[in-house]
Design a protein around this ligand. Structure first.
Ligand code: ZN
Length: 175
């Protein structure tokens, strides 16, 4: 077994397009292309996007805008927002897809399974009974775009609501 606990494999099998950091390229693209890029939300320091090679349906990622490989060097604001967005993502996925559990975490370094090792990012993977059997058939196969589009449309409004609800709370505390 190559990867100890992380279930996701083959994230962003880049092939020919491997020039530059995909997470940096996507964040720099115009907001009008967010749907095409499956970017669900842009925060102050981090953004949320769907994984193009999802382990399960609803597999999303939270990346800081800052191109940083090392979690020790990531600034406090980005760290905070990454975790806050993880919380909002879990709440969103529960409402939208009713998963029975989650895998949440980061692959730091290629040896640990990171597909984009130079730019750290948090995975949020909803889990259902039996999904491993199902996904082993689809392993490392890109989901058809229609499936990603449907997931995107379903998550988008709920995620905005969950994040706004939480930031309203912060504002109330004088933040
Ligand atoms: Zn980057």
């Amino acid at each position: 077994m190559k990867i100890l606990w992380t279930p996701w494999r083959g994230e962003y099998v880049l092939g020919e397009k491997a020039s530059g950091c995909l997470l940096c390229i996507k964040k720099q693209e115009p907001v009008e292309k967010d749907r095409e890029n499956y970017i669900l939300y842009r925060g102050a320091t981090c953004y949320i996007l769907l994984n193009l090679f999802p382990y399960t349906s609803g597999h999303l990622m939270i990346a800081p805008y800052r191109h940083e490989a090392s979690i020790e060097r990531l600034d406090g604001r980005s760290l905070y927002e990454m975790v806050a967005f993880t919380q909002a993502s879990v709440a969103t996925l529960k409402r939208a897809l009713s998963p029975e559990g989650f895998n949440i975490g980061m692959n730091l370094g290629k040896i640990a399974g990171a597909g984009i090792a130079d730019h750290l990012h948090m995975h949020v993977v909803p889990r259902w009974q039996g999904d491993v059997n199902f996904m082993s058939i689809l392993a490392e196969t890109r989901l058809i775009p229609e499936a990603l589009d449907a997931t995107y449309d379903r998550l988008l409004p709920i995620l905005a609501e969950e994040i706004s609800r939480r930031s309203d709370g912060e504002t109330g505390k004088g933040n």
